[in-house]
Design a protein around this ligand. Structure first.
Ligand SMILES: Nc1ncnc2c1ncn2[C@@H]1O[C@H](COP(=O)(O)OP(=O)(O)OP(=O)(O)O)[C@@H](O)[C@H]1O
Ligand SMILES: [Zn+2]
Length: 476
């Protein structure tokens, strides 16, 4: 029985999605004004692990993770660098998507705020119509927190004095009301709206985009625990006020922060380790394994030791998987299993059961990983030293199951894909075309072919009347 910790109720609950067999999950993604960092990866990998485990358990999961591509911080960065805000957002969106791919986090929908402005305006208008929001003299629109009686429950801030918001405008009815729409300021990007030109506030986007892709009621809303207040509190107030359905979100799930030197790693605190730099030192799969083998709610400390340990674990795990893969292709069935084979099979069943029990207990990936490493030890100590068809196949099957969650063995456990075209012959053809070009004294194009092939690791050697080629290993 799968159980999850719900931030809203502060308790472990039995997991029962709104629609049996289907899990709809929304995770708050980045504001793209700087490079994606290890702190982000902590949250993205944690929810990827949760999603993968739910899929392993047979649920059909939809995972939406937004991109905030318009915000004060983006505008400020653009101003500082004298660049267009769109250019900043695009640059860091590419970095984010690239980092996710390297971490093997595959999100189903990546909605961007600027592509949902129409829906945001509609949502705000409906809140105004229902009396939950008001238009201020400047043309900004605010959510009237006093109209939502459950405000503060998610973050445990039941006292009004704990509700201060980042908007300090004097035109608000109450200091804790927050902006849904920000009236245009000179030099800032804007969109037309019924209340005049302006742009969306931060919180509204997630209510709007989650409902567009997941409907007005869904199962898991995730993000880092830094977002519980005010972001998620505000999202909840807006959505429940509009949809009138409670609960809007069935399970609120939050990751523990990744810290560096005892502080949250964050762009604002300027203590980030960008993933693109970290990947020069550590295999992205080692970074993934480090994060995927931690409980999602714990506070993690960034350190080289932790990553070196993950790198060592990765090597050991991949080594075991390679052994099992190779043995699985050679092992011959026998007519009788020995007692020790039966014991190894028993132990693997226990390991499998423990893995599922750990993950069922609020996705305890740390305990689950201990089971994975038990299997790895068993592979080195018993299965590979005394390979038998049945134990090897069972180990292979188990590694595949574990990898469905860990996601670091995809290439090791499977045949490399068949080449669709014969590469050698393609290279020969290019070399031949280049010889023809050289015969025509078209040095520019023939040098271009040589340079491009060189980038791919194909080195050409011109001899008197022919050109030979060799492969040079690509940069590791
Ligand atoms: N240090 C961290 N540990 C774990 N999760 C984090 C950390 N920093 C950000 N996140 C999470 O990553 C996602 C993207 O966050 P966001 O772009 O707001 O990052 P940020 O670095 O905190 O930015 P800022 O400093 O501008 O607030 C959110 O779900 C957020 O909760
Ligand atoms: Zn959000």
């Amino acid at each position: 029985m799968l159980q999850v910790y719900n931030t809203l109720t502060r308790s472990i609950e039995v997991f029962e999605p709104v629609t049996p067999g289907r899990v709809l999950m929304y995770v708050c993604g980045p504001t793209v004004y700087d490079f994606s960092h290890v702190g982000h990866a902590r949250t993205y990998v944690a929810f990827d692990v949760i999603k993968r485990y739910l899929r392993l358990r047979g649920y059909d999961v939809v995972h939406v993770q937004n991109i905030t591509d318009i915000d004060d911080k983006i505008i400020n960065r653009a101003r500082e660098e004298g660049r267009d805000w769109r250019e900043i957002a695009d640059e860091y969106t590419r970095d984010y998507v690239d980092s996710l791919r390297k971490l093997r986090v595959f999100v189903d929908v990546h909605p961007r705020v600027t592509e949902h402005i129409g829906e945001i305006i509609d949502f705000i208008q409906k809140l105004i119509d229902k009396g939950h929001a008001y238009v201020a003299p400047s043309g900004s629109v605010y959510f009237d927190v006093g109209t939502y009686e459950d405000y503060g429950r998610l973050s445990g801030r039941l006292d009004k004095r704990m509700w201060s918001q980042e908007e300090f405008a004097t035109e608000k009815k109450n200091p804790y009301d927050f902006a849904l729409w920000k009236a245009r300021k000179p030099g800032e990007p804007y969109w037309e709206s019924p209340w005049g030109p302006g742009r969306p506030g931060w919180h509204i986007e997630c209510s709007v985009m989650s409902s567009r892709y997941l409907g007005s009621r869904f199962d898991i809303h995730g993000g880092g625990s830094d977002l519980i207040f005010p972001h998620h509190e505000n999202e909840r107030a807006q959505s429940e006020s509009l949809f009138g359905e409670r609960p809007w979100v069935k399970y609120w799930m939050h990751t523990g922060m990744l810290q560096v030197g005892g502080e949250k790693m964050s762009k604002s605190l300027k203590n980030i380790v960008p993933l693109k730099d970290l990947f020069n030192t550590y295999d992205p799969l080692a970074v993934r394994l480090w994060l995927a083998s931690a409980h999602y709610r714990t506070v993690l400390s960034f350190s080289d030791e932790a990553l070196q340990q993950a790198q060592a674990n990765l090597q050991r795990l991949r080594g075991a998987a390679q052994l099992v893969y190779r043995l699985s292709r050679e092992a011959e069935p026998t007519g009788r299993l020995t007692d020790s084979e039966l014991m190894v099979l028993e132990e693997m069943s226990r390991i499998r059961r423990d893995f599922y029990e750990s993950m069922d207990q609020d996705f305890n990936a740390s305990a689950a990983f201990a089971s994975v490493m038990r299997l790895v030890s068993l592979i080195y100590s018993q299965i590979s030293t005394n390979p038998s068809y049945t134990t090897v196949l069972k180990a292979y099957k188990l590694l595949e199951e574990f990898n469905a969650v860990l996601g670091v063995l995809d290439d090791v456990l499977h045949e490399p894909p068949q080449q669709l075209v014969p590469v050698d012959e393609l290279i020969n053809l290019l070399v031949e075309v280049r010889s023809i070009l050289r015969g025509q004294r078209n040095w520019e194009l023939s040098d271009y072919i040589r340079a491009k092939l060189g980038e791919l690791g194909v080195v050409l050697m011109d001899e008197k009347d022919k050109t030979r080629w060799v492969l040079r290993p690509l940069r590791s």
